[in-house]
Design a protein around this ligand. Sequence first.
Ligand code: WTA
Length: 661
Amino acid sequence: MADTATGGSGTSLEQQLDQMLEIERFEPSPAFKRDALLSDPAIYEQAAADPQAWWSRQAESLDWFERWETVLDDSDPPFYKWFTGGKLNVSHNCLDRHVEAGRGDRVAYHWHGEEGEVRDVTYADLLRDVQRFANALKDLGVRQGDVVGIYLPMIPEVVVAMLACARIGAPHNVVFGGFSAESVKERMEFSEAKVLVTVDGARRKGKTAPIKATVDEHMGDLETLKTIVVVRHAGIADVPMADGRDVWYDEVCAAAAPDCPAEPLDAEHPLFILYTSGSTASPKGILHTTGGYLTGVAATHRYVFDLKPESDVYWCAADVGWITGHSYIVYGPLANGATSVMWEGAPDYPHRGIWWEVVEKTRATILYAAPTAIRTFIKWGHELPERHDLSSLRLLGSVGEPINPKAWLWYHQVIGGGRCPIVDTWWQTETGAIMITPLPGITETKPGSATTPFPGIRAEVVSEADGRPVESGQGLLVLTQPWPSMLRTLYREPERFVETYFSRLGKETYVVGDAARTDRDGYFWIIGRIDDVVNVSGHRLSTAEVESAIVAHEKVAEAAVIGQSDEQTGQAIAAFVTLQGDIEGSDELVAEIGGVVAERIGKFARPKRIIWADDLPKTRSGKIMRRLLRDIAEGRALGDVTTLRDPSVMAALESQIQEAQ
Ligand code: WTA
């Protein structure tokens, strides 16, 4: 396969990719088309003609204890309900029905640990462990509707914990392992979690972080949090365990009864809350429910990845703590009976070729990754993947941020050997499932475009001024028709839900928060966020959240954070910081401010660049003009400064930046 990438003809890879940029489209190969689950474009018209019929066909592929009465209840927009009257259980759909159909021995996860350990977890193993832990949760007093927090690394127990919650109807609230203990506390407090499931320690690149001890330092007295369950994973000695509050996972499981029937739950029963960043400092608790969510993730996972559960080995290289992990490591793949790879570690540990070693060893057929990872691999050189046999791969996916055409082509050639279709999938925590994407056996792809809405989804690009569709040029991306896996509300903040997504263009138009354009073929090209959300390596952060962490430092008077374009991470955090009195900026202060951000949010949110500023550009009403800060940070000519209260601020900032360089 390396031949196509390095070019036996003497041209360099770089030259080849440049030539390929000229090719506008990539058609699925006849062989791929022949074997694809979907290959007839008529599916789009069929779904568009009757979206509810299309979605109910998708829902029928799940097991329902009671069939729904109404497909879509749209009597109170934007509070839509799907499959009302229906009863089902997500964990039954992900586990029991596969085991009952004789597929219990199928591997659900080939787990690969950082130190080379391999653990194969079958569907029967998961069902056994989930029932025990579900009973253990019940023994701890968890009842239907109680929230359970989960703060775990990429280990099979995270899946067990999520499914155990789903089994008894306790919504989970997973916090990404990269978030700080302080963030965990905040999220447990907001959601009034009764139990938190965490770990003794997490391993990262050969080091071990004492997670439980750190959680303890920050958790304080949360009245609602009754129990902390601790999974033994990193072999930490002397884990602090508070009497009457903390219990070991293995011990409560061993003490629990083995059988726990899956609870029949309403289609609209809350499945989980996942906090994500919005325009303000306080994170939004995105609420997803049972029937619609599972329908959406199962259908998209099956058709976007053309999943053949008997033969595919599917690897989504995200973290379970983000929506990509929820939908495409846990719920979609398990609902479809897939065999997945689960990878604990970082892409460069123990070496930079580890992903390709894992692909080769597991004979992975589908890889779903983020553009930031692909750009990193490009930097490390095509020689590393070329040392491995990647011929098992047949389909590649991308998610989380726009993928630039060159990275797309590199992925296609070097990783996909020129034979694998690429699905660039656009979606969000809020949408629950993939919304705009190619269907690999149908769509001609264009590098850099997420192409067209999934069947049953309606998207448009509309003008910011009047909400009318934009013929050419950019505008606001909107979804103009409800879909089953849409968020139902913001947890405990229904007004904020309406205000954030449905106030701009009416209650029936979901405003995504991204700018996009469409081309003459109706393909969508996502440009990026229009609100104060920054996307660093596919991690979603709000500028306000980072600002409020920075100003917590006693020497800081004011801070303005922007997302600056970055070749590696898509966007990087740049912070303009004004210090108190006549304190001078220094390297120590940069480190201290980074430390505060790491403590309050997580290491991944630390600013890449801090720019000391005597003053910040503000409008007469006192609003910071981030657009100007972006111009200045990215070295562009300044836009209009006449609306500033004090236009001389910009000249001062420019000279400060030049001095620093
Ligand atoms: C961005 C991640 C371009 C977008 C699943 C969106 C993308 C935000 C793509 C949601 C893509 C995600 N092309 N941009 N294929 N996928 N985005 O909630 O700005 O973490 O609004 O969900 O990521 O981020 P979230």
